[in-house]
Design a protein around this ligand. Structure first.
Ligand code: WQD
Length: 338
């Protein structure tokens, strides 16, 4: 079985490529390296001892994308490629809709043309918006308050329409909560461009000395300690969830959506404490006002994925903190100096 992984050198894409290769799947990796480094390819090969083809292609390049389908016997696609910075999307919505939505349309059109109609799509819990109360379930009404989240919601709608127009399509939509952690080798991990938007990479950059201190966005939320609560999930658990979703689309005519979360919420202060306990490193922080668009509490009801995909997260918050730190301490500047 050959699987095309778009965005395969990204944080979640690279971890999923490792799990696919470990499971004996053939991988064809596609990335435009707009938010990742080619070095990741070497790291995936080092971890797995497996070889695979990779293409430096933008999904908007219809002609070159078609060649990938001509040159490879593809059985399914796992689609990660997309921009994912909420703040950037607010500042530059057209860039996000063009890249995320139009890119997905070109991909689906090409898949259809080559009769490859099995797809696992990388969506996000951000589509639950600010009006739903946790634990979040897949049947809740969706709403978004930023172009990044809207691009994910629009793509989910496109995939549903595609399925109902042609039942040969088999689609699994995966809504991620907050992926953190890294492969146990410390060879691959989260490597944000510039100043991190997300909490854990900021913490690890403080720990490794790249940043002086963490700023906590708001300590007046209605939570046990006033700071925001999120459902942190180990990126390897998330990757394994993609394998389960892939197995489903390979055999079942379906379209379905699944939460990939642990169902456990931790606050910002909880995460800092667990990181300090797991690594022995103190994380200095200052308190600041709330970040626009943030919700107080967001965590999954993961029961549907457990029941239908026979998948549940296995790694705990200690594993996540320890593995995030191993990656950052072994790669203080991410992949940058390579
Ligand atoms: C977590 C908590 C912040 C940074 C985002 C995207 C979402 C998904 C995951 C792609 C919040 C607090 C953070 C900092 C802080 N991405 N925080 N100081 O916002 O839950 O989700 O990433 O799919 O779409 O929205 O994750 O890590 O940014 O924030 O206090 O420097 O940490 O306020 O409570 P978030 P996050």
């Amino acid at each position: 079985m050959n699987i095309l992984v778009t965005g395969g050198t990204g944080y979640i894409g690279s971890h999923t490529a490792v799990e696919l290769l470990n499971e004996g799947y053939g991988v064809i990796l596609l990335d435009n390296f707009s938010n990742s480094k080619p070095e990741v390819i070497n790291r995936i090969k080092r971890i797995t001892g497996k070889d695979f083809r990779s293409y430096n292609i933008d999904l908007l390049d219809k002609k070159r994308l078609g060649k990938v389908f001509e040159e490879n016997q593809l059985d399914a696609v796992i689609h990660f490629a997309g921009f994912k910075a909420v703040g950037e999307s607010v500042a530059n919505p057209i860039k996000y809709y063009q890249n995320n939505v139009v890119g997905t349309l070109v991909l689906c059109e090409t898949m259809s043309r080559y009769s490859v109609k099995k797809l696992v799509f990388s969506s996000s819990a951000t589509v639950y918006g600010t009006d739903n109360n946790s634990p979040l379930t897949e049947d809740m009404t969706l709403s978004t308050n930023n172009p990044y989240g809207s691009s994910k919601m629009i793509i989910e709608m496109i995939l549903r329409d595609l399925y109902y127009s042609d039942r040969e399509w088999r689609v699994s939509i995966l809504r991620y909560f907050n992926p953190i952690g890294a492969h146990e080798s410390g060879l691959i991990g989260e490597d944000p461009n510039g100043e991190p938007n997300n909490l854990m990479p900021y913490i690890t950059q403080v720990a490794v000395g790249t940043r002086n201190k963490l700023t906590i966005f708001g300590n007046d939320y209605p939570t046990h300690d006033g700071t925001g609560i999120r459902d942190y999930i180990h990126v390897v658990d998330l990757a394994k969830g993609h394998i389960k979703a892939l197995e489903r689309v390979l055999v079942e005519p379906c379209i379905d959506v699944f939460n990939l979360g642990t169902g456990i919420g931790y606050s910002v202060l909880d995460l800092i404490r667990h990181f300090e306990e797991s690594t022995g490193i103190k994380i200095p922080f200052v308190l600041s006002g709330r970040r626009p668009g943030d919700v107080a509490v967001c965590y999954a009801n993961p029961e549907k994925a457990a029941k239908t995909l026979n998948w549940k997260a296995e790694k705990d918050i200690h594993d996540m903190c320890r593995d995030s730190w191993r990656w950052q301490s072994k790669n203080p500047d991410g992949y940058k100096l390579v």
